[in-house]
Design a protein around this ligand. Sequence first.
Ligand code: ADP
Length: 342
Amino acid sequence: MARVQILGVSKRYPGRGRDAAEVVAVDDVTIDVASGEIHAIIGYSGAGKSTLLRLVNGLERASSGRILVGDHEITALSESKLRGVRAGIGMIFQQFNLFHSKKVAKNVEYPLIVAGMPPAERKARVAELLDFVGLADKADAYTDQLSGGQKQRVGIARALATNPGLLLADEATSALDPETSQEVLALLKRINAELGITIILITHEMEVVREIASRVTVMDRGRAVEQGEVFDVFSAPQTDTTRRFVATALPTAPDPEHLDELRQRHRGRLVSLTFRDGDVDQPVVFRTLAERGVGVSIVHGGITDVGGRSFGRLTLELIGDDLKVEHAVAALGQEADLEVLA
Ligand code: ADP
């Protein structure tokens, strides 16, 4: 429900020790997150993601630039005013950050106590929240009796307690196994869709971005190096950092070693085709080959979903006499994003 504007924001830390250079953890970053959007910030360790998140909820002060969450200018508020605004910003963490010696219900109730809600109302609200995250039967369990996925659900219920317009997720699924990660991501999607809460999540996992985000910012050494719709950024990466992330979760052309192996087994011409949703028509590709009397077998790659659209990269072996293959490659090059693997 809240739009978040990060406008030319930097955070510099003094260097440690004498003459040490200062660290520019966040370097002139601008991100405009629309109300109701799920925005992922992806980057390797040290890229500045968590610093940026701490600036958004005002746990740290920006060195320069402005941050607005809804109508509140976070970078201009006093510490006491910030405390009020923070009730409108939920946060979940990689390590869940629960009170282990307290029951599940108490953990979820805590922010409501801080907000001064009367006990009877609190009880009803906690029940409603636990029901929403599928833990109605765990109210009286201690958090250390729960699985990782259940702990994160408690963290989510607690973060939602005060009806925030913005949810910040700090590597929320990085400590979970793949299946549990999927469940938690599905819950975050539901929160976004049903409650309209804006979500900013930071992650080093491409899979998370692919699953859940609509827009993404790629960070590298403090800077926002790429930004846009998830599909656009990952189907046509512009920087090496983005290309490295893409290679972890999307089908790629074979690397040189694998290409050598493929050549041992496939004598025909190898070409790599990139399919972007709405851009290349698969039937046209296969018809073009058939019409020219060229046989085809798929030897590597695949098709997958990115930001709700399909993206694929297939390595094809083209089989037939040289001239026919030559013509087919020329014709395909007109219709598709094609690379001949030399
Ligand atoms: P990420 O979350 O992407 O791993 P961080 O925001 O934690 O990145 O860190 C970005 C850079 O800022 C790193 O070089 C880190 O060492 C530095 N940094 C973070 N917090 C501090 C701090 N409190 N004091 C000094 N340097 C810091």
